[in-house]
Design a protein around this ligand. Structure first.
Ligand code: E4P
Length: 216
């Protein structure tokens, strides 16, 4: 499983990139609004230093508007992936993008049937939202397992992005259940670098080292 960062914050994206494991970026209208930046300018800034997939979401609700917006977004940089909501209009737009050779990420996926439809419409990625399913009392991770099984069974090469990740267990489980990618907020990226025993281990090694130096 590869790692994307789910952020529109330049400093967070740079910190994630410095770790050497970053395979892409996802943004959404809420994340961009939080930054208070112009959407297109922010995407230009991100694609100046990220050469892998950068998902940018359309806000139109009709296919025609989505296609118009998506083409403008895709013109910003060759690595822009157009993020389209999982609706009937969204599926029509995905088919058009796919025929035009523009990569798409179908977002707001909450069921295996939605993922299968998106894949058949030509989506490059589907993004099932684990955390938001958990929030309403369903098991978001089970959707990842089902989608991965169906895609495998039918030889579908659309990649599964585990999204709406809230904690480290979501990351491990997404990997185990066959997600190709997990898109993580910076907070979760930081969390999964750490373990209390690592810190205790470092302290012990250093104090033993220092004791040995003073006794020489
Ligand atoms: C993914 O592409 C979405 O931007 C994101 O994971 C949504 O997460 P949230 O449910 O924490 O807003």
């Amino acid at each position: 499983m590869k790692f994307f960062i789910d952020s529109a914050n330049i400093s967070e994206i740079k910190k994630a990139q410095e770790l050497g494991v970053l395979a892409g970026v996802t943004t959404n209208p809420s994340l961009v609004a939080k930054e208070g930046a112009d959407f297109h300018d922010r995407l230009r800034e991100i694609t100046e230093f990220v050469s892998e997939s950068v998902s940018a979401e359309v806000i139109s609700l009709d296919a025609e508007g989505m296609v118009r917006e998506g083409k403008e977004l895709a013109a910003i940089a060759p690595n822009i992936t157009v993020k389209v909501p999982m609706t009937v209009e969204g599926l029509k737009a995905v088919r058009t993008f796919s025929e035009a050779g523009i990569k798409t990420n179908v977002t707001l996926v909450f069921s295996a049937n939605q993922a299968l439809l998106a894949a058949r419409a030509g989506a490059s990625y589907v993004s099932p939202f684990i955390g938001r399913l958990d929030d309403i009392g369903q098991n978001g991770l089970e959707v990842i397992t089902t989608i991965a099984e169906i895609f495998d069974l039918h030889g579908i090469d659309t990649e599964i992005i585990a999204a709406s990740i809230r904690h480290p267990q979501h990351v491990t489980e997404s990997a185990l259940r066959g997600a190709h990618i997990a898109t993580l907020p910076w907070k979760v990226i930081e969390q999964i670098t750490k373990h209390p025993l690592t810190d205790i281990g470092i302290e012990k090694f250093l104090s033993d080292w220092q004791k040995a130096q003073t006794s020489v």
